[in-house]
Design a protein around this ligand. Sequence first.
Ligand SMILES: O=C(O)CCC(=O)C(=O)O
Ligand SMILES: [Fe+2]
Length: 279
Amino acid sequence: MAPRPQDDPDAFAVRLETEGVVVLPGHPFRLTPEEADLVSPHFSDGRAKNISLGPDGAVRGATPDPAAQRRLAALMSRYRGWAESTIQAAAPRYAATLERGRTSLRTREVADGNPSRRKDDRRLHIDAFASQPTGGRRILRMFTNINPDGEARHWHVGEPFEAHARRWAGQLRAPWPGEAWVLRRLGITRAVRTLYDALMLGLHDAAKLDDAYQRDAPRREAAFEAGASWLVFTDSVVHAAVRGRFMLEQTFYLPPQAMAAPETAPARILERITGRTLT
Ligand SMILES: O=C(O)CCC(=O)C(=O)O
Ligand SMILES: [Fe+2]
């Protein structure tokens, strides 16, 4: 992925920011033979959707067995390190301010289960985390399909962010005065939910809760083959997981100032649409 010296060092960043989804060439992240048995629902605590590793090193959603937890943490932290160095090499302008979020190991079949509409990632949406406001930072995620049986992971990718935001902009609720403070005080959010975060969460919910939109919205199919890794700005790419099983995922946060095309950030687009200063 490293750009060659004669290339424009920002070429990859421009492509990622404008296309939203970029599949990396080849199968750049591979499990070692010692890690292979971890790709199994066996290590889940049976309740959580995923097994995950926080930036602080804490494992969640896993069996209490300490030896298994250590091995899961080692796999996820190796994946995190790989994802980080891959992005830093491909988009050097992100390196100084790229911030690590959670790492997850997802062993469930996407097509199974019956979550609430708001939690259902099989419905078209942009990512906005209710408890984790970004304050305008971008959400950049690396995904790797580690399906051992060669099965692809299937997504739908929807309309461009601006068209998506314009659909709902008129009906988004502004937070009541003091709401962000109360949510923070009650521990519902881990940082103050800015107006930007409230609008993004409004978009996320509006799309997921609208059955007609889910049925009729424009979309294309994307299949990510077993072994493939792909990078996505999931806060601006309208997406839905359709089917597939076994994936590693790493979340990063990126200040829009680090972008090569900052005018494509959701915050700038929402500012143009709403006429309000958001960040
Ligand atoms: O499970 C997947 O492939 C993606 C689900 C999703 O929408 C997300 O993690 O934000
Ligand atoms: Fe998502």
